[in-house]
Design a protein around this ligand. Structure first.
Ligand SMILES: *Cc1c(COP(=O)(O)O)cnc(C)c1O
Length: 222
């Protein structure tokens, strides 16, 4: 099957999952995760009319997206991988949404850079719900303070919360936790769910799912 077919299939599954959860599918955004894939692989998705994409490395995205953004209008590019403060300038310039804001130093650097560039980039605050050492994300115990810092003090354009549950655990506990945390602060959006669990995430209130493999196929290992 081609990429446009895969995309259709995923959209249908989203529709179905939304229906089963008594939700409107229009409120669920599909971020097509194109990391590792070359422009030639991504183009069919753009030609099929898809416009929201996710990349996990600033440098890799810089290599392929400026040209694709010239070619196709109204692309919304999401950064879904960890961001180092020395790449904040490039990230603010290239991305439309940054989903991985997870520590005060980064949040402050982003606020400053957005002001400097006069460009507001919507952000998600990433929560490390599984408290995994190797993973990015603010620890649940620090989340209250961090959310207040980003929303109230820095006044970042916070869209909502994002998480990546531990691979070997039942994800629904993590999805439910994230939803509860977002509700406590009146944050509307939840970025959660990948190829293996996006239907579950939709049941738990995901407003944005990040799907790579189910659209573009398996990624070659780095
Ligand atoms: C790679 C990645 C995805 C997509 O994962 P698939 O299993 O290929 O759908 C989603 N979210 C993040 C943060 C990722 O790094």
């Amino acid at each position: 099957m081609g990429i446009a077919d895969n995309l259709d299939q995923v959209k249908q599954s989203i529709q179905q999952a939304a229906q089963e959860a008594d939700r409107n599918a229009d409120e669920i955004e599909l971020v097509a995760v194109s990391k590792v894939h070359v422009a030639k692989t991504i183009r069919p998705a753009l030609q099929a009319g898809h416009r929201v994409f996710g990349e996990n490395r600033v440098q890799e995205a810089q290599g392929k997206w400026p040209a694709l953004k010239d070619e196709f209008s109204e692309v919304s590019l999401h950064l879904i991988g960890g961001l180092q403060t020395n790449k904040v300038k490039e990230a603010v310039a290239l991305f439309d949404v940054i989903e991985t804001v997870d520590r005060p130093k980064l949040a402050r650097a982003l606020a400053k850079e957005m002001e400097k560039q006069g460009k507001q980039v919507g952000v998600y605050l990433q929560i490390n719900t599984g408290e995994e050492e190797q993973k990015g994300g603010c620890l649940p115990g620090d989340a209250d303070e961090f959310i207040k810092l980003c929303c109230d003090e820095l006044k970042l354009p916070v869209l909502g919360l994002m998480c990546i549950p531990p691979a070997e655990e039942e994800p629904s506990v993590h999805f439910a936790f994230l939803r509860k945390l977002a509700q406590r602060y009146g944050l509307k959006k939840l970025s959660m769910g990948m190829s293996g669990d996006y239907e579950t995430a939709i049941r738990f209130g995901a407003t944005s799912v990040r799907v790579g493999t189910a659209i573009f196929g398996e990624r070659a290992p780095h």
